[in-house]
Design a protein around this ligand. Structure first.
Ligand code: SF4
Length: 352
């Protein structure tokens, strides 16, 4: 099968077609993914986001991979909703480090009405710094999605996690349909969608294909597709899972790239356990977004300076937001600040 001969943007992928991609010889798959990638992106740029946990732990849900679930004893310290000013401090630091997007995550089943006021303030204030904003707060109803869109939230993250068939092995406290409804509410409110999943949870390849099929057959592909490698946290039901073969992870990234050519495919949780060679292969497979910073919600993230040293060795630059100075002075200011920090902070000071 030659996926390159097909129209590049499709929404009708079948499971068999996707499995056929997974099972291509590795070099053929990488070539296809890289070819598609170059049609839509600069292959030497990677978008950089920073993630901040605005409310940690004590989540009532039972996601079997998650140290934030109140059901598992992982030694995680619970934290209440962070004050807006503290979030802003983190956002300023992220901006100074060159992040273009600031993602705020709260361990909730869904936000309560009393939470919405501070959360909306966070979006307004972080945006005022000139950063793109993203939030992940659990399930949203249509009204909550509208409130977030009205204050200008750019992205909402809500992952499907796995295939519909394997989903029940991972979470029982909310359904796949619940997740699809939240995603629908986010889309209808006009926000961009960040949606992906986790591999290495004991699923079969057909489940990885099934997850990607769900994403790639949406009427609009998610703008951002995080592909997480399970972080095996002791105390969670998946803490002792077998490690997924590194090449299978890279294959998943490559297939995501081919199925959703215009989306940013993000290397998310689990990157710390990947060596540099594997990360480089994932970039070659079409991953073009990472989380940058010392913590990825509650699991350690490779140290920021290490990331920038790897970027330098691979000739990768952080992606700027595509802006024209005359169109938006705030965004132009961000682009300028990125330009300044890119060389000073990322590259020259990276080894300090
Ligand atoms: S993944 Fe999210 S919803 Fe599931 S337990 Fe963790 S914080 Fe809660």
């Amino acid at each position: 099968m030659n996926a390159i001969a097909q129209p590049l943007i499709r929404h009708d992928w079948t499971r068999d077609e996707i499995l056929a991609l997974f099972n291509l010889p590795f070099n053929d798959l990488m070539f296809q993914a890289q070819t598609v990638h170059r049609r839509f992106f600069d292959p030497n740029q990677v978008q950089v986001s920073t993630l901040c946990s605005i409310k940690t732990g004590a989540c009532p849900e039972d996601c079997k991979y998650c140290p934030q679930s109140a059901r598992y004893d992982t030694g995680l310290e619970r934290e209440r909703l962070m004050a807006v000013e503290k979030v802003l401090e983190e956002a300023r630091a992220a901006k100074a480090s060159g992040a273009t997007r600031f993602c705020m995550g709260a361990a909730w089943r869904s936000p309560k009405s009393r939470d919405m006021g501070p959360v909306l303030d966070m979006v307004r204030e972080v945006k005022a710094l000139g950063l793109e904003t993203c939030m992940t707060l659990g399930m949203l109803d249509a009204e909550q999605a509208k409130q977030l869109a009205d204050v200008g939230l750019d992205y909402y993250n809500h992952n499907l996690d796995t295939s519909p068939e394997y989903y029940g092995e991972v979470i029982t406290t909310r359904t796949y349909q619940d997740r699809l409804e939240t995603l629908d509410n986010v889309r209808k409110a006009g926000m961009k969608v960040c949606c992906g999943g986790i591999v290495g949870m004991g699923e079969e390849q057909t489940d990885r294909a099934g997850l990607l099929q769900q994403l790639a057959t949406m009427p609009d592909h998610p703008e951002s597709v995080p592909i997480n490698m399970l972080v095996r946290v002791a105390g969670t039901p998946f803490g002792e899972n077998e490690e997924l073969d590194a090449f299978e992870f890279v294959r998943t990234v490559a297939v995501a790239r081919i199925l959703m050519p215009k989306s940013h495919v993000r290397l998310s949780a689990g990157r710390e356990e990947m060596n540099e060679q594997m990360q480089a292969l994932a970039f070659l497979a079409g991953a073009n977004s990472i989380f940058y910073g010392e913590k990825l919600l509650t699991t350690a993230n490779p140290e920021a300076s290490k990331d920038m040293q790897l970027f330098k060795r691979l000739g990768i630059e952080p992606e700027s937001r595509a802006v024209h100075a005359e169109e938006d002075p705030v965004e132009a200011d961000v682009a300028q600040s990125l330009e300044e920090t890119r060389h000073d902070r990322f590259f020259y000071n990276a080894a300090k």
